[in-house]
Design a protein around this ligand. Structure first.
Ligand SMILES: Nc1nc2c(ncn2[C@@H]2O[C@H](COP(=O)(O)OP(=O)(O)O)[C@@H](O)[C@H]2O)c(=O)[nH]1
Ligand SMILES: [Mg+2]
Length: 208
């Protein structure tokens, strides 16, 4: 049987989006590229990465990891294994990863895990990407849900958790507070473009 030509064939520059389910990955990709990605009926049920292709630019949306209500633990483990395998197998081609987190929920969730002596899954993922030498941007989404007087405190807490010494403003190449809902994504867009520019690929600006 003939196989459909792979959407990753010939890709030279990959931007990878990763994060828990429901943090806004697909919404962010849609807002950045103007292209709608395949979206599952139920959040997090997709097991496989979905791709967008623009010339030799590959944009990958990984399935959401972590706890998903109504989805069996066994399936969550499969998703996590698939994600880890995908990143390991493609680390050489991935120029930049965008770890999307829900800024409005992160501190509560992370503190709960921390209190149990566990490493929060977002923190684990950031460390994993770093270990593989993958340049990573942390897009802190849903800041519209954070009270303005608490924003700096929250961003400092997130920085601290992922091992970046606060204040968060010391890490302008890494931490990008955004609100896809409010259409405020310029910080992450600028950071992705910076990676294009550093790779002498300003021609990719027309896609993101
Ligand atoms: N309040 C708020 N909601 C958002 C924001 N971005 C995405 N959402 C909502 O979060 C939910 C999950 O978004 P989705 O893109 O499907 O997340 P994914 O599972 O990570 O791909 C949807 O209901 C979005 O409308 C944001 O910046 N603020
Ligand atoms: Mg999605």
């Amino acid at each position: 049987m003939s196989k459909r030509k792979s959407s990753v064939e010939g890709a030279k520059f990959e931007v990878l989006f990763v994060g828990r389910s429901n943090v806004g990955k697909s919404s962010l990709i849609r807002e950045l590229t103007g292209k709608k990605l395949r979206v599952g009926k139920r959040p997090g049920v997709t097991l496989k990465p979905s791709n967008l292709r623009f010339s030799d630019l590959l944009i990958t949306d990984l399935p959401g990891f972590g706890f998903m209500s109504g989805i069996k633990e066994r399936k969550q483990d499969i998703v996590k294994d698939n994600i880890v395998r995908y990143i390991e197998n493609n680390a050489d081609r991935i120029n930049v990863a965008v770890l999307v987190i829900d800024g409005s929920a992160f501190m509560d969730v992370a503190n709960r895990w921390d209190a149990r002596g566990e490493i929060p899954i977002d923190v684990e993922m950031f460390g994993f990407l770093n270990e593989l030498g993958i340049d990573t941007i942390v897009a802190v989404n849903k800041i519209d849900k954070i009270k303005s007087e608490e924003l700096n405190l929250t961003l400092n807490g997130i920085a601290q958790f992922i091992g970046l010494i606060p204040p968060w403003q010391q890490w302008p190449q890494t931490i990008a507070p955004i609100s896809v809902k409010k259409n405020d994504i310029k910080s992450v867009k600028a950071l992705i473009r910076k990676r294009f520019h550093d790779a002498k690929r300003d021609d990719l600006f027309k896609y993101i």
